[in-house]
Design a protein around this ligand. Structure first.
Ligand code: SR1
Ligand code: MG
Length: 404
């Protein structure tokens, strides 16, 4: 029996979350005295960790509200929780072991129960603390290559794909990305950008004032708006990955929809660059540069292998197509990396890699390096294809700011 009714939508309190878990999941005994803590620190949702101190059994509940945590200004349908649940189920089939197990979904409360990964750390935090995660690059390249190839035209049945495109229509979260990634960093009209005062003149000249850049960004935005190439994670960054040295788990796929296949790889590459710049600004070394090179090269290798063995549509088996398509995906990845570098530096949603740089001058240099790299990856995207290509541009941007 439950002392709370769970028949109407509302945001749960920790005791209610514990009660939901006790009565709805077979993980806990009916009389268990569960402890619940709200542990979410992301921009959007509420996360409860529920533990049975007697058995040590635990679970994580993720609940969506109808506005973003970061700001009430973002009205976001709680239906994103259904999308997240649905895609986690799919990922458990496509890339078992690389995502949390899912236990239940409550469509009334917009809540998903999933594996507790408290023995892992968020990759961004792990790197900031000087950690090393030798499996991460290969696992994350594998995750991206497998999930993207499996949902690409030529591999997936066209009617199955159309049904999935419909199921994963995600207008509210796509709107966030369209605004925060593609529009606002390059145009101050809405004034939601959050820029270090000393960086402003650089941003005004190098982003808002660069018409050539804005044209390239417009082309990338058009691809995002009307390019349903593959089912993408949509927010594939180092804050969406839990790691241990021997394990990698991708979380938070609530931004998923059918979009440009290069988008995920690019976002992750950019976040590796943030970790590299952060370490350089702090006078530390870390593995983010090696990770970046390995991520890209391993992705290309696995994409080519998977494409060659899984394409069934004869049109896409014609000689030359595989290479042409893969290089287009890599160009989009480079462009997306550039966008992510710009938006996390000047937009409303920052990254700790930059904001935690205590010395203001060093932070400024890291932020300028990020924007220089972002622009280079957007302009040169047709030529950026290997890990070395990324690393060369990263070293050059860092070098121009004395961070090499
Ligand atoms: C209003 S949400 C801001 C950002 O947080 C999410 O993690 C996404 O990256 C989004 O762009
Ligand atoms: Mg997230």
């Amino acid at each position: 029996m439950s002392s709370y009714a769970f028949d109407t939508y509302r945001l749960l309190t920790p005791p209610e979350a514990a009660e939901w878990a006790r009565t709805r999941l077979s993980l806990f005994s009916p009389g268990a005295a569960l402890e619940a803590t709200e542990i979410g620190d992301g921009n959007l949702n509420y996360i409860f960790r529920i533990v049975d101190p007697a058995t040590k059994a635990s679970v994580v509940l993720k609940q969506s509200g109808d506005t973003a945590r970061i700001s009430d200004e973002f009205k976001v349908s709680p239906d994103r929780n259904r999308i997240e649940h649905q895609i986690l189920v799919r990922y458990n089939e496509l890339v078992p072991g690389l995502v949390p197990r899912v236990y239940a979904f409550d469509p009334v409360l917009n809540l998903t129960a999933m594996e507790d990964l408290s023995d892992h750390v968020i990759l961004r935090q792990g790197w900031l603390a000087g950690g090393s995660f030798p499996r991460a690059a290969d696992d994350l390249a594998e995750f991206a290559a497998r999930t993207l190839v499996a949902t690409s035209d030529g591999v997936i049945d066209p009617k199955v794909k159309k049904a999935l495109v419909r199921d994963f229509i995600n207008p509210d979260l796509c709107e966030i990305t369209e605004d925060l990634v593609f529009t606002e960093p390059f145009d101050d009209l809405r004034s939601r950008n959050d820029i270090l005062p000393a960086l402003k003149p650089f941003v005004e000249k190098e982003l808002y004032g660069d018409q050539r850049l804005r044209l390239e960004v417009a082309k990338l935005k058009a691809g995002f708006l009307s390019g349903p190439q593959a089912l993408i994670h949509g927010d594939y960054h180092t804050g969406s990955v839990f790691v241990r040295p021997d394990s990698t788990k991708v979380i938070d796929p609530e931004f998923a929809f059918f979009g440009p296949a290069g988008f995920d790889l690019g976002a992750l590459a950019a976040n590796a660059a943030f970790a590299f710049l952060s370490a350089r600004a702090g006078g530390r070394a870390n593995e983010a540069g090696d990770f970046l090179v390995r991520l890209i090269d391993r992705f290309v290798q696995r994409w080519d292998q998977l494409w060659a063995t899984s394409v069934t549509d004869p049109s896409f088996r014609v000689p030359g197509y595989a290479l042409w398509h893969r290089n287009q995906v890599l160009a989009d990845a480079s462009g997306s990396a550039g966008l992510e570098l710009c938006r996390r530096t000047v937009g409303i949603a920052h990254v700790k890699d930059l904001t935690s740089i205590a010395d203001l001058q060093r932070r400024l240099r890291a932020e300028r390096a990020s924007l220089r790299l972002g622009k280079a990856l957007i302009f040169d995207r047709g030529r950026v294809r290997t890990g070395d290509d990324y690393f060369r541009l990263l070293r050059r941007a860092a070098g121009r700011e004395g961070l090499d």
